[in-house]
Design a protein. Structure first.
Length: 115
């Protein structure tokens, strides 16, 4: 499974961005999809996850500002990021897990939030 992540860029604090993740396989075959991020010198951390059934889970630091969603018709997962802060600056990675418990990572997309 290949994951094509896009949508990163440079934005001012308080602005918004939407990340997209398009899998090479049917989104229905992916039990969990999520976004992780890694800032320079830090570990990769979970940002948000969504199950095939639509259950979501967010990191405390983004709760209320970010929204993860799955668009089955377009076979794409999204992360809507609002009220961005400089501390949200990181490389964002898309991750997917199949029903067979195999995990896959996308190539990462850079989000830079200026103060």
């Amino acid at each position: 499974v290949q994951l094509q992540a896009s949508g990163g860029g440079l934005v001012q604090a308080g602005g918004s961005l939407r990340l997209s993740c398009a899998p090479s396989t049917s989104i229905f075959s992916l039990v969990i999809m999520g976004w992780y991020r890694q800032a320079p010198g830090k570990e990769r951390d979970m940002v948000a996850e969504i199950t095939a059934g639509g259950r979501t889970n967010y990191a405390d630091s983004v709760e209320g500002r970010f929204t993860i969603s799955r668009d089955n018709a377009n076979n794409t997962m999204y992360l809507q990021m609002n009220s961005l802060k400089p501390e949200d600056t990181a490389v964002y990675y898309c991750k997917a897990v199949t029903f067979g418990a195999a995990g896959y990572w996308g190539q990462g997309t850079l989000v830079t939030v200026s103060s």
